[in-house]
Ligand binder design. Structure first.
Ligand code: ATP
Ligand code: MG
Length: 393
C-alpha cells in the first residue's frame, strides 16, 4: 500500500502508532481487487473524530456528525470512525450515528459485498462477506438480507444499478428480487440523490445495461417521464459525453410530458435546461432536412453534434452530418460570434449620425446574418457599403 496509496498509508501508520486500528475501506478496496486504480481512498478507524483531529496537524471537519474527518497529509484522506446506522426515519438519513467497536460491525452496514471489504496497510484483505468471490463473478450482492437493507436505505437500490452500469456487473438474484419487490420505496429518496445516480449511470461505460435494469427492476415506474419510449429507442451505441446530453436525450424521448416540468422535477440546473432546450431546437430545425448557415452559426459544436446524432436515432432520419462535417461547416462560417464583426457601435453611430440606442443592436444583428449567409464579407469597407445600400436614408 505504501507505494500505491502513500497518503492513506501514512494516515493508517500514524493511527496504528497511536494505538488505534485503521484500514482502507470501500470503493478503493473493491477497485484494488478488480485490478483498476481507485478514485478516492477512504480510511476507517476505531479512533473517534476528536481523537483523529488531535493526532493530525491539518484536518477539516467535513462530516463530523457522520463520524468523518478529512485528514490532509500529502493529499486529503477521509477518515471515518467505525459506525453503524441503526435507526432510520425517512429511509435515507440515519437519525443518529452509532459509533461501534469493531471493524466487522462497520463493514456490515455497508451496501454491497464488493464495497464491504477492508485492507490493512500491509495489503491483507479482510473480507467477511465474500466480496472478493462476488467480484470474481461480477456480482453485486447486498450485505445481509437485501429486503432489509433496501428498506433501511432505498438509495441502495439505485446504487446497485449504478454500479452495475459502471462495472458491467450483474445483480445477484435476491438483490434484484428485493428491488423488484420494494421498488416503491425509492419515493423516499430525495431527487437530488436520484439525479446524481441517474447521471452516473448515463456517463458510465455500460449505460444501456444500467437503463435496462432501471426499467426491468421496476424502479423507473416511480419516476415521471416516458421511460418506455426511452428504452424502445435505445441504441446500443448510445453514450453520453456529459450529463446534459443525458437530459437532452431524455427530453427528446418524451411523448406527452411537459419537458420544462420534468426538468424542474429532476432539479436540473439552468445550464442543463439551456443545453436541453438548444439541442431540442437544433433537432427541430433539422427536421427541414438540413441546417441553414445561420443554424450552424447559432448553435455551438457540442449542440450540433448531439442534435445530429439524436435526430438519426429518434427521428430515424438520415442526417447529412457526421462530426467532421459539423466541424468543417462550423469552420466555414466567417465569424464565430457577432463580436467578431469588423465594425462596432461607434462606427455605426458615425455612419448614421445618430446617438446610441437599441437600433445599433438591430443593425449588428442584420449584419451578422448577412455575413453568416455570405451576402457580405466581414471587411470594414464592404460592410459600410452594405450598410448604406441596406439603410439608404
Ligand atoms: P465510487 O468509486 O463511485 O466513489 P464508492 O464505493 O467509493 O464508489 P461511495 O459512494 O464513495 O462509493 O461510498 C463509499 C463507501 O461507503 C461504499 O463503498 C460503501 O461501503 C459505503 N456506502 C456508501 N453509500 C452507502 C449506502 N447508501 N449504504 C451503505 N453503504 C454505503
Ligand atoms: Mg468513493
Amino acid at each position: 500500500m505504501k507505494n500505491r496509496w502513500p497518503a492513506a498509508y501514512q494516515v493508517i501508520e500514524k493511527l496504528e502508532y497511536a494505538g488505534f486500528e485503521a484500514y482502507v475501506v470501500g470503493g478503493a478496496v473493491r477497485d484494488f481487487i478488480r485490478g483498476v486504480s481507485a478514485n478516492d481512498v477512504d480510511v476507517t478507524t476505531n479512533a473517534t473524530p476528536n481523537e483523529v483531529k488531535q493526532l493530525f496537524e491539518h484536518t477539516i471537519d467535513v462530516g463530523i456528525e457522520h463520524g468523518t474527518v478529512l485528514v490532509v497529509v500529502k493529499e486529503s484522506i477521509e477518515v471515518t470512525t467505525f459506525r453503524s446506522e441503526d435507526t432510520y426515519s425517512d429511509f435515507r438519513r440515519p437519525d443518529n450515528v452509532m459509533f461501534v467497536r469493531s471493524l466487522q460491525e462497520d463493514l456490515q452496514r455497508r451496501d454491497f459485498t464488493m464495497n464491504a471489504m477492508a485492507l490493512t496497510k500491509n495489503d491483507e484483505l479482510i473480507d467477511y462477506f465474500d466480496g472478493r468471490a462476488d467480484i470474481k463473478q461480477k456480482l453485486i450482492r447486498a450485505v445481509g438480507d437485501p429486503f432489509k437493507r433496501f428498506s433501511e436505505d432505498a438509495l441502495r437500490m439505485l446504487r446497485a444499478i449504478r454500479f452495475s452500469a459502471q462495472l458491467d456487473f450483474s445483480l445477484h438474484g435476491n438483490t434484484l428480487e428485493a428491488i423488484e419487490m420494494q421498488h416503491k420505496l425509492i419515493d423516499r429518496v430525495s431527487l437530488e440523490r436520484v439525479k446524481v445516480e441517474l447521471e452516473k449511470i448515463w456517463t458510465s461505460n455500460h449505460v444501456g445495461k444500467g437503463m435496462h435494469l432501471f426499467k426491468t427492476s421496476k424502479l423507473a415506474i416511480n419516476f415521471p417521464g416516458d421511460w418506455k419510449t426511452y428504452l424502445d429507442k435505445w441504441n446500443r451505441f448510445l453514450m453520453f459525453e456529459n450529463v446534459a446530453n443525458g437530459w437532452a436525450f431524455f427530453a427528446l424521448m418524451q411523448q406527452s410530458n411537459d419537458i420544462n416540468t420534468l426538468l424542474n422535477f429532476y432539479k436540473c440546473s439552468n445550464a442543463e435546461k439551456m443545453h436541453v432546450k438548444q439541442v431540442l431546437l437544433a433537432v427541430e430545425k433539422l427536421k427541414k432536412g438540413h441546417w441553414t448557415a445561420y443554424d450552424i452559426f447559432q448553435f455551438n459544436e457540442e449542440i450540433l453534434i448531439a442534435a445530429a446524432y439524436y435526430a438519426e436515432i429518434i427521428l430515424d432520419m438520415n442526417t447529412p452530418y457526421e462530426n467532421n462535417d459539423i466541424q468543417r461547416l462550423k469552420a466555414a462560417i466567417p465569424i464565430a460570434s457577432s463580436r467578431e464583426i469588423a465594425v462596432n457601435g461607434n462606427e455605426l453611430m458615425e455612419w448614421k449620425q445618430e446617438k446610441r440606442g437599441p437600433w445599433i443592436k438591430e443593425v449588428l444583428e442584420k449584419l451578422t446574418i448577412a455575413i453568416v449567409n455570405g451576402q457580405v464579407e466581414n471587411e470594414r469597407a464592404q460592410l459600410k457599403e452594405w450598410y448604406f445600400r441596406e439603410y439608404d436614408n
